[in-house]
Design a protein around this ligand. Structure first.
Ligand SMILES: NC(=O)c1ccc[n+]([C@@H]2O[C@H](COP(=O)([O-])OP(=O)(O)OC[C@H]3O[C@@H](n4cnc5c(N)ncnc54)[C@H](O)[C@@H]3O)[C@@H](O)[C@H]2O)c1
Length: 321
């Protein structure tokens, strides 16, 4: 589907990934609505959309995906919905499983229902590698058994099931993209790279849950955004597709790399691990290559250096600008 000039809606458009996607979609000539409740999970999301507020092709709707009427109104005339809104964060979901369920499962059902009513052509859903849980084989291919180890992963899997069910029952085109540990500018403060950077830059020690040997497949934001765009632009339907770089790095290694990038020599503070954590993610991205024509472009060292450059610029920027 050629998205140029099309009306698209990004739920969670003020968030980390959503706001980067908004920027990319505007650059591709789309008419973009960001639909976001500006939840209180973390502050500062208004800033993420500041640069686009005066763009003639951009519209911001402050709304909650749990408010069906508001969501339904916002979807009028929309061709593609990119569903990024969620209660993200594994540890938050462990402490607030009902909140995670409401937003991630009931909220997704509302998105699909509003999309069906408004004859939206396609919904691209932001799923997560958390649906896999403890790996039984590596790298994780899409038909690896999904077995979430925490409530957040369970909600993301349940929402995927709704996407597939809507495709089969109503013929609503849906694609589920399983993102692997996304990082980059505007990253969420609860995520490891952002959290490590914030603490190390202020002279503190990065806190690591467990022994630091658990590993994640870190994927740079621009790669995730381009895959998400292709999820709509390419003629795929009813598919679940991994979006990850394809290399895993231990959390301890990442803490040391962040410290090195900031020119600091610090020892991590190892604290007790938590139930629901999982030891490893490692993405097989060959389906994304075959079905979307996507391959990641930004290796970790390059992505981290771009992120730290953005972080430094943000820190030195005067408050008035
Ligand atoms: N960041 C990652 O590493 C990662 C990995 C896998 C999957 N994901 C998924 O990608 C999506 C985006 O994640 P993110 O990291 O940008 O998180 P984020 O918290 O920065 O963005 C989520 C956005 O959704 C909004 N939101 C939350 N509840 C809402 C509601 N009820 N109604 C309307 N808006 C609401 C928030 O205000 C926020 O702006 C999520 O679906 C998340 O599960 C993220």
């Amino acid at each position: 589907m050629d998205l140029t000039g099309r009306k698209v809606l990004v739920t969670g458009g003020a968030g980390f990934i959503g706001s980067a996607l908004v920027e990319f979609l505007l650059s591709k000539g789309c008419e973009v609505t960001a639909y976001d409740s500006f939840d209180d999970f973390y502050p500062g999301k208004e800033e993420n959309l500041g640069p686009y507020l005066n763009d003639k092709d951009f519209r911001l709707v402050r709304g909650n995906i749990l408010d069906f009427d508001s969501l339904n109104d916002a979807m009028g005339g929309v061709s593609v919905v990119f569903h990024e809104a969620a209660q993200a964060g594994v540890r938050y979901g462990i402490d607030h499983p009902r909140d995670a369920h409401e937003t991630n499962v009931t909220g997704t059902l509302n998105v699909l229902e509003a999309a069906r009513k408004n004859e939206v052509e396609k919904v691209v859903y932001a799923s997560s590698s958390s649906v896999y849980g403890n790996p039984v084989s590596l790298p994780m291919v899409e038909d690896h058994p999904p077995s979430p180890t925490n409530p957040y992963g369970a909600t993301k899997l349940a929402a995927e099931k709704y996407c597939i069910a809507y495709q089969r029952t109503y013929g609503l085109k849906t694609v589920c993209l399983r993102y692997f540990s996304v990082y980059g500018p505007r990253g969420r403060p609860d995520q490891v790279i952002t959290a490590f950077t914030n603490i190390i830059a202020r002279g503190g020690r990065p806190r690591i849950f467990g022994d630091g040997k658990q590993s994640r497949d870190f994927t740079y934001i621009s790669d995730v955004v381009s895959a998400t765009y292709l999820g709509a632009a390419v003629d795929v339907d009813g598919e679940i597709i991994n979006v990850g770089y394809g290399k895993d790095l231990s959390i301890e290694f990442v803490a040391r790399k962040v410290a090195e990038g900031l020119g600091k020599d610090v020892q991590p503070d190892f604290v007790k691990g938590y139930e629901g954590d999982f030891p490893q993610t490692l993405c097989s991205n060959s389906k994304a290559l075959h079905q979307l024509g996507w391959r990641p472009k930004v290796p970790f060292e390059e992505g981290l250096s771009k992120y730290l450059e953005w972080y430094r610029a943000k820190m030195v920027r005067p408050l008035s600008s």
